[in-house]
Design a protein around this ligand. Structure first.
Ligand SMILES: [Ca+2]
Length: 270
């Protein structure tokens, strides 16, 4: 009888698992490919990968930069590369950042790690704003309006701590403050959303999420479930294919991110 060496079997298994992981991912970025202190569209010479971001506003008062995590806000250490968004009080317009488009889907998991200092975003109950976009073409935020928004949320801080406020679709920058939960600023946090804009309930990991609903987990703990309220150019059953982020006018301060991932709900693990 022929036995394959255990190491060969293991390496085949590891290869199969990593291939599966790559297949599962709809869109992701860990910021390791970019030039440090550059925008997340700047790749060092010789890198053949492409940016996962549309284009970047960078001026004195609105910075979108890839940085080394020298302060070790995140787990991997001081050489880990992260995304920094910073908007000053002198900025005259919103800071915008949008993803390249990904494979359209009606259901997905969106997750990322973030860090913001206590009172790190002078936010007037707004703060960092992320919107999930349906049926967008190039990824260019300059062409976006509320009509293609499915839903979104804010991350903000004040003297009492950190708040994540959930909102309906549409272009209004006013969060729905009746649905919110708190987080601890000054440390790494992980936010994970299970999004179901299909016409039927989905099951995942022994749980279920109704059509037109989003469920959010902070650091692995379920926090809230809310309704998708799509803009006029989209609706229940429509696919989404991009993300639009802002530090809107009136918001100053900075926030750091790592490990953005969009993947199928089947990849959910508690
Ligand atoms: Ca990283």
């Amino acid at each position: 009888m022929f036995f394959k060496p255990l190491s060969l079997i293991l390496s085949v298994l590891v290869f199969a698992m990593s291939a599966l992981k790559a297949d599962e991912m709809l869109w992701s970025d860990d910021f390791e490919d970019y030039t440090v202190s550059g925008a997340p569209t700047e790749l060092p010479a010789g890198k053949t990968d492409t940016s996962r971001w549309w284009s970047v506003q960078n001026d004195t008062d609105r910075r979108v930069l890839v940085d080394k995590d020298s302060a070790r806000h995140f787990g991997p250490g001081a050489s880990n590369q992260i995304l920094l968004l910073n908007r000053t009080a002198n900025a005259t317009a919103d800071l915008n950042l949008s993803t390249t488009t990904f494979s359209p889907t009606t259901t997905a998991i969106l997750s990322f790690d973030f860090h913001v200092k206590k009172e790190g975003l002078n936010s007037d109950n707004k703060g960092y704003f992320l919107r999930i976009m349906s049926d967008v073409t190039t990824g260019d935020y300059a062409t976006y309006d509320g009509s293609h928004v499915l839903t979104g949320f804010y991350i903000s801080t004040d003297a009492s701590g950190g708040t994540i406020s959930l909102k309906e679709g549409g272009n209004s920058s006013t969060p729905n403050l009746t649905e919110k939960f708190s987080f601890a600023p000054g440390k790494e946090n992980t936010l994970l959303l299970v999004i179901n804009n299909s016409n039927e309930a989905v099951r995942y990991d022994g749980d279920s999420l109704d059509a037109g609903r989003v469920r959010v987990y902070l650091n692995g703990k379920e926090q809230a479930t809310w309704n998708i309220e799509p803009g006029t150019a989209t609706g229940l059953g429509k696919e989404f294919n991009g993300l639009w982020m802002q530090l809107p006018s009136g918001v100053t301060g900075e926030i750091q991110f790592d490990n953005f991932q969009v993947k199928p709900i089947s990849a959910f693990r508690k």
